[in-house]
Design a protein. Structure first.
Length: 212
């Protein structure tokens, strides 16, 4: 509603018992339901722009060294080209844009509810499936049985898709460009950002990356 020229929104908690995160299988459940939706004609969702903020994050950083800026810029150019060459197999449509377990809560009846909707877009459904796979495959944040349940409930295993390795690299890269924004304000974030950049340079394991 509008009050005295100001737009006011009203919110209610998903659950009265505080935040309760969904299971990995419930993330797959709610994504399958979302991806089955057909948007109404009057809803003008933007097209997914995977790298929209990456260049600005790199160029605007006062924490990155010149060498790291040059490295990340070169990585961005390479990944843009590789992403443009992907051949998606799922029908494009409505996507959440940042579909991880941290953005799915359970309501008071235990049902999964998507939150953090600012990345909603029209794009490849593979984009929404990638984070759960990367969290399992690259970081070890999910157990194998959790990921296998996710793929089974959704009905598609993105890790069997030929474009998965490129999608994984894109997601990891964007997680690096996200954390460099925090590096100048936090020693812990700076240490994490340095570790992640080093891993991109050397191909080192991502198992020691910490969630933020």
């Amino acid at each position: 509603m509008v009050a005295d020229g100001h737009v006011v929104t009203f919110w209610e908690p998903v659950s009265e018992d505080g935040d309760q995160y969904a299971t990995v299988a419930q993330v797959a459940q709610v994504l399958a339901r979302l991806h089955a939706l057909v948007p109404p004609g009057g809803l003008q969702l933007p097209a997914l722009s995977p790298f929209a903020s990456a260049a600005d994050r790199i160029s605007a950083s006062r924490w990155l060294s010149t060498a790291d800026q040059d490295f990340l810029t070169a990585q961005l150019d390479r990944l843009r080209d590789e992403y443009a060459g992907l051949r998606f197999v799922l029908e494009p449509g409505v996507i959440h844009g940042d579909a991880s377990i941290g953005n799915v809560l359970r309501d008071s009846r235990g049902r999964p509810v998507l939150i953090d909707l600012d990345s909603f877009a029209i794009g490849p459904r593979e984009w929404d499936l990638a984070l759960t796979a990367v969290y399992f495959d690259s970081f070890g944040w999910h157990k194998r049985e959790e990921y296998e349940g996710f793929a089974r409930v959704y009905g598609f295993d993105i890790m069997r898709w030929p474009g998965y390795l490129v999608m994984c690299a894109v997601r990891e890269f964007l997680m690096v460009t996200w954390i460099i924004r925090k590096a100048i304000h936090s020693n812990a974030a700076a240490a994490e950002a340095s570790k992640r950049i080093a891993a991109l340079r050397t191909g080192a394991s991502r198992k020691d990356w910490q969630p933020y």
